[in-house]
Design a protein around this ligand. Sequence first.
Ligand code: ADP
Length: 281
Amino acid sequence: RRSTFLRHDEDPTMSEPQREPYLLRREPYYCPVGNEIDVFEAAHAVRMPVMLKGPTGCGKSRFVAHMAWRLGKPLITVACHEDMTASDLVGRFLIDRDGTRWQDGPLTLAARLGALCYLDEVVEARQDTTVVIHPLTDHRRVLPLDKKGEVVEAHPDFQLVISYNPGYQSLTKDLKTSTRQRFGGMVFGYPPAAIEAEIVRHESGVSLVLAERLVQMAERSRNLKGHGLDEGISTRLLVYAGQLITQGVSPLEACRMALVRPLTDDPDMLDTLDAALTTLF
Ligand code: ADP
């Protein structure tokens, strides 16, 4: 025996991880904007780690879910945050009545299962947390579990996908160059108007005419980015507005609640956006 630790497949306290709970049963609706499906399939074929860049609510998570379904692979998603530690990703020993027991974190589980592992908003995590992905994202494709004394070899299907919003970056919150350069990058933005209206119609059930109007409102707000707004109205918010309208809320009221109020607390900007709304609805 090399060490006092047991390998995962020798450890009687650990059951074989199951793919089943992480497989998507139904196709997540995704409306392509360009050739992103083909490009991602090619990246998956060579198991290239992929970085999805783009503003919040523009379809990145939906795209990953759709691709996992299309490729028939399990999907494990982690919402990253600043208090996240490497153990939250990799795993830790837990103490229970029977003693100590190792519990895999989501990254380890994904590596064992051969899942797509989606680290959402990865720059939120501290840089010393992010480095645990390094050995998984080069030719080694391994994940050392230092505390457990095990090196997990990634399943051949394993692929890492990360997302981030370049708009929010500051000097203290950015990806290290050594992390960045392990990924291929795909840029996402809000879809072109006609596609975005179709998405809003599909997701909320409003008429296409109404969906087009919602998109016009979003475009006006997006033009204010950098002129008092950090970010314009996202596709996600448009879907919320549409859903409120389908519930019987008046379009004006629905847009105030779903599109305008969440965007800003600045009274002048709220007035400007409300005025834009009344010209459209
Ligand atoms: P992100 O991960 O970029 O923050 P999401 O993927 O959660 O954003 O997208 C928010 C919502 O917008 C989705 O739940 C979906 O309703 C809708 N959406 C955005 N883009 C698309 C698209 N291309 N196809 C289908 N739905 C989309």
